[in-house]
Design a protein around this ligand. Structure first.
Ligand code: HEM
Length: 434
């Protein structure tokens, strides 16, 4: 423990060194330069056309939408005072992220997870972007939270974020492919998708988080929890209550440690390798909390309760979940009942992912709408290719004209009715002929 505490105390300088050895400077300058380049191109277009203002992060976001999102919903003239003048500027209002691009990005994240086994680090990425939230600060982005600030070097270099540059490296290609998805959304999308793909519960997510625009908007260091504080329960409450989370949510969210590993060269915690990690998958090494550390289940609670296996990690902040009387109620329950854990985890994760976020539109974007109604008539077609929407509508209209529906086979009495109508028409025709 003494060794661990001294490691924690020295962690800042240690992990800054590690971060640079992992190439964070190079990567971050790539992030910074791409953001700066985008902003520059906005500035020059503003200068030449006098149409746009680039003074605020929201106008930056709107302009990015103008270039990349099909969701341009309105264009209006407004008096813009944010750049120090009272010029009339045409602003474009649209969602922070494009729903179709969010869906496609999610598919790409799934593919990445299959090849890189990066579920744990994506969950940690989303948590560390959101977990800086301070409910006592009203202003955005000073309040911190899920706003994409973790992409900037200044925040990546915080001791708590050691190693997360690797997550950014992995996700950057997807960000470049889907410019209509904000970093803030992408981090949370990657985290929720990782939980679901690892066998965890479906998280009731919404999207549309606006990104901060520059490193000066990053939160100060020290808002995330430490793993070995002198009074773990007090520390966890201080940090998580500041985020507006309660004891149940602290315990449920800690259950995310069912995934992943701790690496001494990053956080200072954990063994360099164990029998469960020496062969990967992904980069080998580190110490996991559970045996199957890529599977999301309730084994974290079972394992830290039993503490039987020297190769499994128990941080002081994990151990306290079974020591503190209030935390213990939930920890015991989750060790017994995976369904209860999944339910509480899904709710707490969604809440965490929204902390401090500014949504555009304000109600957010839900990308998991109800599954569209299946068009049954299509299965009676040649089967070679899907019917066009126009053709489906035509077939539907024809079915409905005879009182039927393409969603279910015609009842035999419909045919009977048709036969009767034909017979009557034939009779009338022959009568008219006579
Ligand atoms: C309760 C306070 C918490 C503390 C003190 C804590 C501390 C840590 C530490 C020291 C590591 C090892 C990092 C490394 O060496 O690479 C870690 C990893 C991890 N943490 Fe936490 N954590 C906490 C809460 C959370 C929460 C709330 C979540 C998610 C909802 C989370 C998700 C993870 C994941 C998935 C990993 C594994 C990352 C990987 O394998 O790369 N943690 N955490």
């Amino acid at each position: 423990m003494a060794e661990r505490l001294s490691l924690t105390q020295n962690i800042h300088s240690h992990s800054s060194l590690m971060a640079s050895s992992l190439g964070s400077a190079a990567v971050s300058s790539r992030f910074l330069s791409s953001a700066a380049a985008t902003k520059l191109s906005f500035s020059s277009s503003a200068a030449s056309s006098r149409s746009f203002s680039v003074a605020s992060s929201s106008s930056y976001s709107s302009l990015r939408c103008l270039r990349f999102s099909p969701l341009i919903s309105q264009r209006r003239s407004s008096v813009n005072a944010t750049n120090g003048g009272y010029s009339t500027a045409a602003t474009t209002k649209c969602a922070a992220s494009d729903p179709d691009q969010l869906k496609n990005a999610r598919e790409d994240i799934k593919e990445l997870l299959k090849t890189k086994f990066c579920h744990p680090i994506f969950v940690r990425l989303g948590w560390h972007d959101a977990g800086t939230y301070n409910k006592n600060i009203e202003e955005w982005p000073q309040r911190g939270g899920a706003n994409g600030s973790l992409r900037f070097e200044v925040e990546l270099k915080h001791a708590a974020n050691a190693g997360l540059v690797n997550a950014l490296n992995l996700i950057q290609a997807i960000k470049e492919k889907y410019a209509g998805v904000t970093y803030a959304d992408l981090f949370q999308l990657a985290s929720a998708t990782a939980i679901e793909e690892a066998g965890g519960p479906k998280i009731p997510m919404k999207y549309g988080r606006v990104d901060v625009s520059g490193p000066e908007q990053c939160p100060e260091e020290g808002r995330l929890p430490a793993a070995g504080p002198p009074s773990p329960a007090e520390h966890l409450r201080e940090v998580f209550y500041r985020m507006g989370l309660n004891d149940k949510e602290i315990v449920a969210l800690s259950g995310a440690h069912t995934l992943g590993r701790s690496r001494p060269e990053r956080s200072g915690w954990g063994k360099p390798e164990t029998k469960y990690t020496k062969a990967g998958p992904g980069a080998p090494g580190g110490q996991s909390w559970t045996v199957q550390w890529l599977k999301f289940d309730n084994s974290y609670f079972k394992d830290i309760k039993e503490r039987k296996d020297e190769d499994l990690l128990v941080l002081p902040t994990d151990a306290v979940l079974f020591d503190d009387p209030s935390f213990k109620v939930y920890a015991e329950k989750y060790a017994e009942d995976q369904e209860a854990f999944f339910k509480d985890y899904a709710e707490a994760h969604a809440k965490l992912s929204n902390l401090g976020a500014k949504f555009d539109p304000p109600e957010g974007i839900v990308v998991d709408g109800p599954t569209p109604e299946k068009f049954v008539a299509a299965k009676y077609s040649s089967g070679k290719r899907e019917l066009s929407e126009a053709m489906k509508q035509k077939i539907r209209a024809e079915y409905e004209a005879v009182g039927g529906s393409p969603d279910k086979p015609l009842q035999s009495n419909y045919f009977l009715n048709i036969m009767i109508v034909i017979a009557v028409l034939a009779l009338l025709t022959s009568l008219a002929g006579n």
